[in-house]
Write a protein that binds this ligand. Structure first.
Ligand code: IPE
Ligand code: IPE
Ligand code: MG
Length: 226
């Protein structure tokens, strides 16, 4: 099973408490740990988390800087937890344009968890579905110039082509949009919007996702099987 999560509502969570937006992001990171641990206990194979979009650079420098610092310092500091829980971290997105210390922090987490065999957690960082498709198409065109680029070609050149398409994408904070998340491989994903803000998520939201997925009839363009 592969679940994609659009972790939204950190800023709103902080605003409700008259705290700076950064406090919401810090709480959001704590919740990531809780959710990831529970997902691994449930045996979910893949969990993809939307951490920072290609559009999030539009935010004030201070907020972007805070998020980059979490990636550079806080995330690598939590690696014992991920290793103990046999969780492998991978990345999706173009991290080559991140500040160097953030790139190093991310690389450290990838290396530390490379041999973990439990749940794979894919962190989408400087990720946009459109950007990923455009990078994939560029690589296809370089490999086979003047030839038709097929759907399979693009799929094979996504950032993690070995990871199956998501079964469900869920978004917190009650929003009903993808905001450039997993545009290519969400083609037949189920979608669920959950009211709770990301920092308020707990096991019950994951239970809800799994329960809801169990109720959906997935047809992939064909007919439902009895
Ligand atoms: C999601 O929370 C975290 C990131 C996009 C990094 P937001 O920061 O978007 O929170 P809201 O939408 O302002 O509440
Ligand atoms: C999507 O949330 C990006 C992440 C969760 C990282 P945003 O808060 O950036 O999306 P919009 O702007 O509300 O669509
Ligand atoms: Mg938001």
């Amino acid at each position: 099973m592969h679940i994609g999560l659009i972790m939204d509502g950190n800023g709103s969570w902080a605003a409700k408490r008259s705290l700076p937006r950064a406090a919401g992001h810090l709480e959001g990171l704590k919740v990531c740990k809780r959710i990831v641990k529970y997902a691994s206990q449930l045996g979910i194979e893949y969990l993809t988390l939307y951490v920072f979009s290609t559009e999030n650079w539009k935010r004030p420098d201070q907020e972007v800087g805070y998020l980059m610092n979490l990636l550079a310092k806080k995330l690598p500091g939590e690696m014992d937890f991920y290793v103990q829980n046999n969780i492998r971290i991978r990345v999706r997105g173009d991290i080559s344009s991140l500040p160097e210390d953030a790139q190093k922090g991310i690389q450290y987490t990838l290396d530390k968890t490379a041999s973990c065999t439990g749940t794979t957690v894919v962190l989408c960082i400087n990720y946009g579905g459109q950007d990923e498709i455009s990078r994939a198409a560029t690589r296809c065109a370089l490999e086979k110039p003047n030839a038709k680029i097929t759907v399979e070609d693009i799929s094979a050149h996504l950032d993690n082509p070995d990871i199956p398409a998501p079964d469900m994408i869920a978004r917190s904070a009650g929003e009903h949009r993808l905001s450039n998340f997993m545009l290519w491989d969400s083609a037949y994903a189920e979608f669920l919007s959950i009211e709770a803000l990301w920092p308020d998520w707990d096991k019950k939201e994951i239970d809800l996702i799994i329960e809801e997925l169990g109720k959906r009839t997935r047809k992939f363009g064909g007919l439902a099987h009895a």
